[in-house]
Design a protein around this ligand. Structure first.
Ligand code: FEO
Length: 387
C-alpha cells in the first residue's frame, strides 16, 4: 500500500512519482518527474494540488493512508495545467465536502473551462483561509507558469507551497534537497526554469519580490524535490536566471550531413576554448533542443550551424530556432555557420531566424563550399579570437 510521507508534523506529501515520463510536451525529461500534492491535517483538512489524471489512484491511496478523503474540507488548486489539476474531477467526487480553492479570475475560468461546474471558491492575493492552528495565504503568480498560477503560504509553518516555481522534472523517492544530490537538483532546476519559465523572467522577478519578504523555512514544490536546506541557493539562482544575467560562455549547436558543418562546429568550439570561453557543444543528431536551451539560458554567445538541404536549413536546426524564438532571449551575441554544395541558402536562413529571435549578430555568417580547408579553419579561429 502506498503511504503518505510526512514532510513536517501534520503535513504530508501525497503525490505521485512518474518514473517513466521522458517527454513533457516536447521537453526531454530523462530523469522522469513527480506531481507533488500535500495534505494538511488541522481542524480543517486541506489538500494542496492534485496529480496528473493517470496517477489519481496513487494520490487517493496516499491520502487514505492518513485520513478518509471524505473528511477533506478544501482542495487548493494552485494551477490549472493538467499535470496538477488533471485528476481534480475524480478527487472532487471522492471529497464530496471539499471546496475547490482557485485563483480569481483566471483559475476559476480555467478550471470551469476544463472540468465544468464544481464547488469552486475563488481567491485573490492576500486572502486567507483558516484551517484552525494554521492559516493558508494566497499569492497570485501569473505566468509562473500560466495566467492562473498562484502559490500558497502557511505563515505558522513558514512553508511555501510553490507549485511550478522552484521545481524540477526529477523522479525520486526522497523528497528533500538534503536527501538527494544537490548538483543534480540544481541541474534539473535550471533546465526546468529555462524550458518552462524563461519567457516569463519579468513575472518571476515580480513574484520573487512579493515572496522575498516572507520568512520561508520550507518550499514544497509541485515537481521533483522540495527545499529546506538550500533555500538561499535556489532563490539566488532564480534571481539570476530571471534577471537574464549572462556568463562569458558559448553554445555551439548544429546538424551536419557529411561532416563539413561538424568540422566548422569543432573549429568554432576550439576557437572559443582557446579564447578562454567555455563551450557547450550540441550535435542535434544526438542532443535534444531542451538541453540546448538550458545552456542558452546563461550563455552570452550562440553559434548555430546547418548545411543546406533542398534549399533550406536542416529540419532539426529549424526546430531549435523555432523553440529559441519562443523564449525571446535577450542580449545573446550570435552567428550562423554551415557548409553547402551548390545553393547554400541555409546559413542566411539561420541568421534571419537568429535576428528574429532577438539575438545580436556578432560575426558575419560563415559559409564554406563543400569541405572546409585549413585556411577556412584558421580564418574562423582568427574571427572568434577578435570577438
Ligand atoms: Fe507543472 Fe505549469 O504545470
Amino acid at each position: 500500500m502506498l503511504k503518505a510521507i510526512e514532510m513536517k508534523k501534520g503535513i504530508y506529501w501525497v503525490g505521485a512519482v512518474d518514473w517513466s515520463m521522458r517527454s513533457f510536451h516536447g521537453y526531454s525529461t530523462r530523469r522522469g518527474s513527480s506531481y507533488n500534492a500535500y495534505l494538511i491535517l488541522d481542524e480543517k483538512i486541506a489538500l494542496i494540488d492534485t496529480v496528473k489524471a493517470p496517477f489519481v489512484a496513487e494520490l487517493l491511496e496516499r491520502v487514505s493512508s492518513v485520513v478518509d478523503p471524505k473528511k477533506i474540507d478544501y482542495i487548493i488548486s494552485n494551477h490549472v495545467e493538467p499535470d496538477h489539476s488533471g485528476s481534480l474531477p475524480i478527487v472532487a467526487k471522492c471529497c464530496p465536502n471539499a471546496k475547490i480553492v482557485t485563483s480569481a479570475p483566471n483559475g476559476l475560468k480555467g478550471l470551469t473551462g476544463r472540468y465544468g461546474e464544481l464547488p469552486y471558491q475563488a481567491v485573490k492575493t492576500g486572502e486567507t483561509l483558516s484551517l484552525g492552528a494554521r492559516t493558508l495565504s494566497f499569492v497570485a503568480t501569473p505566468m509562473l507558469h500560466w495566467p492562473d498560477s498562484m502559490v500558497t503560504y502557511c505563515p505558522e509553518e513558514k512553508i511555501l507551497f510553490s507549485n511550478d516555481a522552484f521545481g524540477q522534472h526529477l523522479a525520486a523517492n526522497r523528497r528533500f534537497d538534503d536527501e538527494n544530490d544537490l548538483s543534480i537538483i540544481m541541474e534539473e532546476a535550471k533546465k526546468y526554469y529555462a524550458n518552462i519559465l524563461m519567457l516569463y523572467g519579468k513575472q518571476a522577478q515580480t513574484a520573487l519580490a512579493a515572496l522575498g519578504s516572507l520568512p520561508i523555512e520550507m518550499i514544497l514544490t509541485g515537481h521533483g524535490i522540495s527545499w529546506r536546506a538550500h533555500i538561499p541557493e535556489i532563490l539566488e539562482a532564480y534571481k539570476k536566471w530571471s534577471a537574464g544575467d549572462l556568463e562569458e560562455k558559448a553554445v555551439v549547436v548544429f546538424d551536419s550531413m557529411w561532416g563539413s558543418t561538424e568540422r566548422l562546429a569543432k573549429a568554432i568550439t576550439d576557437a572559443f576554448t582557446a579564447k578562454g570561453v567555455p563551450v557547450a557543444y550540441f550535435d542535434l543528431r544526438a542532443d535534444h533542443i531542451s538541453d540546448v536551451i538550458t545552456e542558452v539560458l546563461t550563455s552570452k554567445y550562440l553559434a548555430v550551424g546547418s548545411p543546406t538541404i533542398n534549399n533550406q536549413m536542416m529540419p532539426p536546426v529549424a526546430a531549435f530556432l523555432c523553440y529559441l524564438k519562443g523564449f525571446v532571449p535577450k542580449g545573446r551575441r550570435a552567428f550562423a555557420f554551415g557548409s553547402f554544395g551548390w545553393g547554400g541558402q541555409s546559413v542566411g536562413l539561420v541568421e534571419d531566424e537568429l535576428k528574429a529571435a532577438g539575438c545580436e549578430i556578432c560575426l558575419e555568417k560563415i559559409r564554406v563550399k563543400d569541405v572546409p580547408t585549413q585556411d577556412d579553419l584558421v580564418a574562423i579561429r582568427e574571427k572568434i579570437t577578435a570577438l
